[in-house]
Design a protein around this ligand. Structure first.
Ligand SMILES: O=C(CO)[C@@H](O)[C@H](O)[C@H](O)[C@H](O)COP(=O)(O)O
Ligand SMILES: [Zn+2]
Length: 189
């Protein structure tokens, strides 16, 4: 039997420590807002649960989070099975994001890599390609931040060693950043 009370306590402990990330969250939200106001776009990438987070957060911007407003340009690089399988099959799985970034990313865009370990090779190569192009970058990572913490302009490291708790922190951080960006991008009435 798993201990549900222990899982709840662990979740609360992780969230209690998120306050330390507040300045970094504000910095990412500010840069993302500037990207969108300047006609750029926000790209997201990750594997497994982090692929789901990428799609979820891109949808908050492209669609609507809490406010009625024009669409904000954002794409998850995790959704097109033809693109993912073609690149994976022909070039290797480690290039599934870098190759899409090479085709879609422009200077001034903003690229977010999400990974609990911070060590997913496809995200690392995606971040390198983004920076080569002149995009700004952030990572949502966990544990010790892994290699990805050193591959981006901003590193948001969710506290604790547990993958599930890290993912719960990531979606909270992502939602809060989207809330900020949406508010900042509201047309002035
Ligand atoms: O959602 C989960 C575990 O909660 C899994 O699908 C998990 O995301 C996958 O194992 C990923 O491949 C892990 O990659 P990463 O977070 O270390 O980059
Ligand atoms: Zn999961």
């Amino acid at each position: 039997m798993i201990d549900i009370a222990a899982a709840i306590a662990e979740h609360q402990e992780a969230f209690a420590k998120i306050s330390a990330l507040e300045p970094a969250m504000a910095a990412v939200a500010t840069e993302m807002t500037n990207t969108l106001k300047n006609g750029g776009k926000v790209l997201w990438m990750g594997n497994g649960g982090s692929a789901a987070d990428s799609q979820h957060l891109a949808a908050e911007l492209m669609g609507r989070f809490m406010r009625e407003r024009p669409s904000l340009a954002s794409v998850a690089l995790t959704t097109d099975t033809s693109v993912l399988t073609a690149i994976g099959n022909d070039y290797g799985y480690e290039l599934v994001f870098a190759r899409q970034i090479a085709g879609l990313c422009r200077p001034g865009d903003f690229v977010v890599g999400i990974s609990t370990s911070g060590n997913s090779e496809n995200c690392i190569l995606g971040l390198r390609k983004a920076r080569e192009i002149g995009a700004r970058t952030a990572v949502l990572v966990g544990k010790d931040g892994g290699k990805m913490k050193d591959e981006a302009d901003h590193a948001l490291i969710a506290p604790g060693p547990n993958t599930a708790r890290i993912q719960e922190c990531h979606i909270f951080i992502g939602h809060t950043i989207c809330d900020w960006v949406e508010a900042a991008c509201m047309p002035q009435g």
